[in-house]
Write a protein that binds this ligand. Structure first.
Ligand code: ADP
Ligand code: F6P
Length: 319
């Protein structure tokens, strides 16, 4: 293997740049030529491919977003599009590809590998919803952005004796809501992985108010419902007045934390090693501080488990 390529795909996440940098620098360190594919799979189909040098990835380790840009492409789900992508890579004598993205991006990489083109996946998503890794690249930064925002909301919530509903991202996963809720001492954390009774949520809020709590924070994962819907339900059924904040895409931006930079650097370097070892169809992750790899097929059929101990603790501490 003499030439490899790297792309970012799906929703961006802070630390993707650090991962791109690690792939490029480790690749060059190992004597490879490394190419960047712009705009994810869409750019792969339309040949937006450029050779990257050491300097191409200078001054990016601290930047959010992705210098390679990213995209979502329905077209790429078709077999013909995948064969075209492989042809474009082969025409440039590229023999291996590192895909940085979420589970959708892994599905694309698995398809290319099945069709004979070796791919390695790195978990780039704020959602922390990829099995086979304790953390995904970007989760820690997004978590800290949420915590910082809720700390601010808490100031005004206390001044006004208010109940706030904060809607956080995560798609179908509750990790961002769970970890941020625990971090800010939220009164209530609502996640799609756990059922809840509205009456119990309200009872708990009322008990807190009776005990003299000056504010209540409800952290709501977007996978449960929207903050708007939840606020309307509380008002309609319990005449409970709330304020809502939808944090939105602010959660996806910003300079990656040290944790995300280290994670991205370690995973990126390992991806290159795997390609050099002739391995393909692997998703790289970190479990118990060790860098590990799993087959795409295994990762894609599993469901990422919720850290049960963290959930139980959040319930015990938010009385
Ligand atoms: P993420 O990678 O963050 O989960 P998406 O689910 O949007 O984001 O997936 C990113 C891209 O991966 C999609 O736009 C599509 O191009 C590709 N992809 C997703 N699912 C498949 C699939 N089943 N087969 C081929 N490509 C896929
Ligand atoms: O997967 C990352 C994520 O930010 C999810 O948390 C969220 O549901 C989704 O992407 C938003 O996607 P878009 O940026 O396309 O609105």
């Amino acid at each position: 293997m003499k030439r490899i390529a790297v792309l970012t795909s799906g929703g961006d996440s802070p630390g993707m740049n650090a991962a791109v940098r690690a792939v490029v620098r480790k690749g060059i360190h190992e004597g490879l030529e490394v190419f960047g594919i712009y705009q994810g799979y869409a750019g792969l189909m339309s040949n937006q491919i450029k050779k990257l040098e050491l300097g191409s990835v200078g001054d990016i380790i601290h930047r959010g977003g992705t210098i390679l840009y990213t995209a979502r492409s329905e077209e790429f789900k078709k077999d013909e599009a995948q064969y075209q992508a492989i042809k474009n890579l082969r025409d440039l004598q590229i023999d291996g590809l590192v895909v940085i993205g979420g589970d959708g991006s892994y599905r694309g990489a698995a398809k290319l590998t099945e069709k004979g083109f070796p791919c390695i996946g790195l978990p780039g998503t704020i959602d922390n919803d990829i099995p086979g890794t304790d953390y995904t690249i970007g989760f820690d930064t997004a978590l800290n952005t949420i915590v910082d925002s809720i700390d601010k909301i808490r100031d005004t919530a206390t001044s006004h004796d208010r109940t706030f509903i904060i809607e956080v991202m995560g798609r179908h996963a509750g990790d961002l809501a769970l970890y941020s809720g625990l971090s800010v001492g939220a009164e209530t954390i609502l996640i799609p992985e756990r059922k809840f009774e509205l009456a119990e949520v309200v009872e708990k809020l009322n008990k807190g108010i009776e005990r003299g709590k000056k504010h209540s924070i409800i952290v709501l994962a977007e996978g449960v419902c929207s903050a708007n819907e939840f606020a309307a339900t509380l008002k309609e059924n319990y005449s409970l007045e709330t304020r809502i904040t939808v944090l939105g895409h602010i959660q996806r931006g910003g300079s990656p934390t040290g944790f995300d930079r280290v994670l991205a650097s370690r995973l990126g370097a390992r991806a290159v090693e795997l390609l050099l070892e002739g391995k393909a169809g692997k998703a790289v992750g970190m479990q118990k501080q060790q860098i590990v790899e799993h087959n795409f097929q295994d990762i894609l059929k599993e469901k990422d488990p919720l850290p049960e101990g963290v959930y139980t603790l959040s319930q015990q501490l938010s009385i």
